[in-house]
Ligand binder design. Structure first.
Ligand code: SAM
Length: 245
């Protein structure tokens, strides 16, 4: 499924104020990313974070990892306000991560819950390997095929999710995989409407470029109740740490 970047921007920008209190799975993924990086290194010169959003991962990185320079990117310009409060001496690089020109010789590229938005992961990986210095680390989390399967079942909406095997195969040419872990986590909600609100508050409603009508929301809720006994949403995170060959 193709998602246009205008829709991603619009929905993430709107979700920002409520994102941190709703992004429970993403917060846990950010913790795991940092913990796994720490097993290999805790000190870097230049860190580049892609799709930094409200700084959920940024906060965890600065708590545990030391560095000289921090570059934070997001397609949503408002993200800069959040990051500059967390890390005033960081440099914000606004724009689509597929097109920005980051500095050379980065030794850690890190990104949480963002790579799934790339329609095609391979060119992105090829692009960023050129900015990593020798022994540089690429640490990211994304989502696998079972992500939001309840939603796909009912509405047909889903990104082009990959399996962890697909991700490893894409990385294999240029990276040694140090760690790759895939798992599922399920959140429960009182009602399908609460589930939709959760998606809105985490920006994931950018899966659809248009706003649902009242009728469409009602139909989604009815179909959900018919199909599932409990209102739940399955997340399928994949955590990857790779070192350039
Ligand atoms: C689910 S949020 C994750 C935010 C943050 N990394 C975290 O750990 O909470 C995804 C973020 O990626 C950004 N994003 C999506 N596609 C992007 C792209 N192509 N380039 C840069 N940022 C992008 C969104 O604006 C949003 O802030």
């Amino acid at each position: 499924m193709q998602i246009n970047s205008k829709s991603i921007k619009k929905h993430f920008e709107k979700s920002m104020d409520k994102y941190n209190e709703n992004a429970l799975v993403q917060a846990d993924m950010a913790n795991q990313l940092v913990q796994e990086v720490l097993k290999y290194r805790n000190n870097f010169d230049k860190i580049l974070e892609l799709g930094c959003g409200t700084g959920l991962l940024t906060e965890k990185v600065i708590e545990k990892i030391t560095f000289k320079n921090y570059y934070a990117n997001d397609i949503v310009e408002k993200s800069k306000n959040y990051i500059s409060k967390i890390l005033p001496n960081s440099e914000f690089i606004h724009g689509n991560a597929q097109r920005i020109k980051p500095p050379a010789d980065i030794d850690l590229i890190i990104s949480n819950a963002m790579f799934q938005w790339f329609v095609n992961l391979e060119p992105v990986i090829t692009y960023y390997k050129n900015f990593l210095e020798k022994d540089g680390i690429l640490a990211f989390s994304t989502f696998g095929l079972k992500n939001f399967y309840e939603l796909k079942d009912i509405s047909g909406l889903a990104l082009n999710y990959l399996t962890s095997e697909d991700v490893k195969a894409i990385l294999a040419k240029n990276f040694d995989i140090l760690y790759c872990h895939e798992y599922t986590e399920t959140l429960e909600f009182e009602t399908p409407l609460a589930l939709l609100a959760h998606m809105k508050n985490t920006g994931v409603n950018s899966l659809t470029s248009k706003t649902w009508t009242v009728k469409e929301v009602k139909s989604f809720c009815e179909k959900y109740m018919e199909k599932f006994e409990k209102t739940k949403l399955t997340y399928n995170p994949i955590i990857v740490i790779a070192k350039i060959k």
